[in-house]
Design a protein around this ligand. Structure first.
Ligand SMILES: NC(=O)c1ccc[n+]([C@@H]2O[C@H](COP(=O)([O-])OP(=O)(O)OC[C@H]3O[C@@H](n4cnc5c(N)ncnc54)[C@H](O)[C@@H]3O)[C@@H](O)[C@H]2O)c1
Length: 434
């Protein structure tokens, strides 16, 4: 079984089925297709499936041409899980959010696995890429696959290999980001390493699926905790009349032992605000508390309120109140130069300002219409920045520092700017850093 599968993989003949055609699954599909593997994409979202089959992208930083080229090379998308039977490799890239009690919601992973189970057959590799707590592959995937009468490491090979995407970062592509892989058995690891080795420059083996799961969490917890630290430092520096961004720039000149992290209006995206709490939940089963994670979460979650406090002070200084003021939020995606709105702190700012009676508008080149979100609703379209638009607002808030904004134009015409990203280096009468 193993020999035949390895040989197909080494000859780029193994057919790849990627389940979940999202921010993670799509670039992975493109990479396998580019190298010459036959690839199918499976997704329950029929709109996405239709668009992909028309050769279109629905994510800003992934070009439609790349999807169309993959189509020419034989890629197609489907919502029919029975096609999984034709795939030698099944890679699962579905969401792993938190539920309303901030506990792991594994339902997407479990639903995917249950939908795949009837179509599994000997000679396949299953790789889970969704970020999750240590033990998921062993406790949730393995027994379900074995329940089908398939032996792990003999009939079906099972690995966990976390994704490391940094959307819109021009310095890295899928091929050049080293990939970690852990197997359920040594043979599983060998098959996984061989597979990813065909498309990724460097694959890093670890001794178990648990170690691979924990590696991804450590990476994201490291970011969450350091961003929490620097956000707290910002609050302290602000009270002392010190510009935290100046301090970070200076500290970053140290050539060793310091890594700069940047404060902002909060923490956003699908990963950093969420993934750490997967470990928090699992650690409880071991009688342990993840104190750093909780503390960072507390600081980071409090940032939108802190920024609103700074906005309230700034408008108060000018004889106004938030209620009744016209507020323009610049940048509503969760980070610069992307169109991804998931967990965006800018949206939290908009919610709080609206709840306090402000008349809220936004401008974002990457988000032309405020999208449908599960917990937020704004009937708004992005405003084009002109001198007239800018001067018509009582306060302009730099929430996400997209490169496309004309910051000089903003500075020249906005009556009051609250800058949460440190884009304005020098003090100015109309700029308040927050
Ligand atoms: N976005 C990132 O930058 C990033 C980086 C590293 C890791 N991750 C992790 O990768 C995983 C996927 O994240 P994403 O950003 O690609 O999510 P996404 O929401 O962009 O894409 C997930 C896709 O899975 C589909 N899907 C949901 N349930 C399904 C099911 N039962 N069967 C088939 N398809 C289903 C959805 O329709 C969607 O298209 C998550 O665990 C995330 O934490 C994301």
């Amino acid at each position: 079984m193993k020999k035949a599968l390895l040989s197909k993989i080494k000859n780029n003949k193994a057919s790849i089925g990627i389940v979940g055609m999202g921010y993670v699954g799509l670039p992975l599909m493109l990479r396998f297709s580019e190298v010459g593997f036959p690839v199918i994409g499976i997704d329950i979202d029929t709109d996405k499936v239709d668009r992909l089959n028309r050769g279109q992208s629905y994510i800003e930083h992934i070009s439609g041409k790349d999807i169309a080229d993959a189509r020419v090379r034989g890629f197609h998308a489907t919502s029919d899980f029975s096609e999984a039977r034709d795939a030698d490799i099944l890679i699962i890239c579905v969401p792993t959010p938190l539920n309303r009690y901030r506990e792991p919601d594994l339902s997407f992973v479990i639903n995917t696995v249950e939908a795949l189970i009837p179509h599994l057959r000997p000679g396949q590799l299953v790789s889970l890429e969704s970020t999750t707590y240590p033990g998921t592959t062993e406790e949730e995937l393995k027994p379900r696959i074995e329940g089908r009468g398939l032996q792990i490491g003999k009939d079906v090979f099972l690995v966990f290999s976390p994704e490391r995407e940094d959307p819109a970062n021009p310095d890295f592509v899928t091929r050049t980001i080293p990939k970690v892989c852990g197997g359920q058995t040594p043979d599983c690891l060998e098959v996984g390493m061989t597979l990813y080795g065909q498309v990724i420059d460097r694959v890093v083996p670890v001794s178990s699926t648990q170690a691979a799961e924990m590696t991804k969490l450590l990476e994201n917890i490291h970011r969450a905790v350091n961003i929490g630290l620097v956000n707290e430092m910002k609050i302290i520096a602000d009270r002392m009349g010190i510009d935290i961004h100046e301090v970070i720039r200076a500290a970053a000149t140290k050539p060793f032992g310091f890594v700069p992290y940047y404060p902002g209006p909060g923490l956003g995206g699908h990963c950093i605000p969420i993934d750490p709490f997967y470990l928090t939940w699992k650690a409880r089963a071991y009688g342990l508390h993840t104190r750093f994670i909780e503390l960072a979460g507390e600081v980071n979650r409090g940032m939108p309120e802190w920024v609103v406090g700074k906005i309230a002070d700034a408008v108060n200084e000018r004889g106004m109140a938030i209620r009744g003021s016209r507020m323009l939020v610049l940048g509503i995606a969760y980070k610069k130069n992307v169109d991804d709105m998931r967990e965006s702190p800018a949206v939290m700012l908009m919610e709080i300002l609206r709840a306090k009676g402000a008349d809220v508008a936004y401008s974002d080149h990457h988000v032309s219409v405020f999208p449908k979100m599960r917990e937020h609703r704004f009937d708004l379209k992005s405003l084009t920045l002109t001198s007239e638009t800018l001067s018509s607002f009582d306060c302009v808030i730099v929430a996400t520092n997209h490169d496309a904004f004309d910051y000089d134009l903003v500075k020249a015409h906005a009556r009051l700017i609250v800058d949460t990203r440190g884009v304005y280096l020098d003090p100015a009468p109309n700029v308040v850093k927050a």
